[in-house]
Ligand binder design. Sequence first.
Ligand code: BES
Ligand code: ZN
Ligand code: ZN
Length: 492
Amino acid sequence: MLAIETYPKSIPLTTPLALLCDEDGAVLYPHPFLNEATQRVREVSGGCGKVGQTFVLLQQTQHGPTSIVIVGIGKSDEIDLDRIRTALGDVVQTCMRHRMSRVVVAMPEFRTSALSPLEVVEAAMEGACLGNYRFTRYKEAENPLLEEVRFWVTEPLTQQQPRLAFEVETRCQGTWLARDWVNTPSNDKKPAVLADCFVQEARSAGIETTVLDETTLRQLEFNALLAVSAGSSEPPRLVLLEYGSAFGEPVTALIGKGITFDSGGLNLKSGDSMRDMKIDMAGAAAVVSTMIAAARLELPLHLVCAVPLVENMPSGTSTRPGDIVRSLSGKTVEINNTDAEGRLILADTLSYVQSTYHPKTCIDIATLTGACMVGLGERIAGLFSSDEELLKQLADSGRRTGERCWPMPLPKDYKEFLKTETADISNTSSSKWGGAVTAALFLSEFVQKDTFWAHIDIAGPAHAQKATSICPKGGTGFGVRLLLDYLQRLVG
Ligand code: BES
Ligand code: ZN
Ligand code: ZN
């Protein structure tokens, strides 16, 4: 869908053209015709260039009329990578609304900004690709997606980075895949079904796959995980993916929460808070999609991915509040709230991954707590790590990709809120405050001393209540570009 090429000598108007326009007229094109076009709009409309502002002009050519789409990027000194992604999302949305199937984006030169031409065009391509997504499994989209978006650039970036378009597209396809899985309703992604989907996609990318079924999980004593699935008629699965074993050590492990529906169990959620709970496997979708993209990009890394897939339901066979189970680690857990189920399936998965693959680094990503949304809202994830360096690397990846992660504390003294007289640990805090922190502390109890571990709580950003320029309402695929950026920087 994406292509990048050097500016032609004269501007052919055979396909629709998109231009970016700033508020103050400081951002210029390397071609007078394009500067004239934005200038004309500026004069006629009394200004152009505000973020979210779009114009569509009809230009007469010898082949008939062609459209020129002009999209605002705001004040020239405020332009950053996210602004550029948003603007290109706006280009794509506008083209889609006008039923255009292709567009050429003329990239201006950002002389006033500190951004390099490479990062600018990369962000532009990303915005276009991310915006060109609709979930169409059950209903056709109102307007068709764009088939092609080409970018004109001044520098010979095409020669410097011949794989750039492929890389951006592969990453964004990872995000699309995660969005599709999150948007799928729970009746069509029961654990066994979703496990098959994950395996099929992973295999097509050359990833080794293993699926542990309920009998195996029982034999291995995944009792915390099984306590969550006890109420459901759907058997659980643990999907294990491995890529790049030839690269040997170190192993990086990615773990994602895969609750295919979270009713809360016997601690049943209220109607409103249950409504969106098909998204409770967004962590699983993110890590599987990350692995697939990493394999397609052929990253020279040894990666392991583990996703527990479980449905959390109330029934006569459900786990009861107060029940105690011996987790895979050997620690006993008192389940005082069946709605705090994510940490239970993650605890056993963390234990299994560490004892099986001995990863140097282990990152889990989960729609874990409503409390994290209270603290950070819908667009920022909570980031927890016992290691300062890992925390910084992930926060930096968050800034670069626009998938923001805010560092949160792991205060040792708060562990007292997880104490209970009858078991080694309770799955519920005795304090009603700081729920995201105590959930992370619970997980930390299942991490071995020599493992570099980070936990990302994506309860907020996994899902968008409102469409943005780069993502329709629904699953966002949050985490895929974040983790890929982190992994790509491990390679250097
Ligand atoms: N899946 C939810 C967290 C969640 C809430 C995700 C909103 C996305 C949007 C999780 O399993 C949960 O129910 N957490 C409880 C924990 C509590 C019972 C200790 C919560 O946050 O209320
Ligand atoms: Zn829950
Ligand atoms: Zn949940």
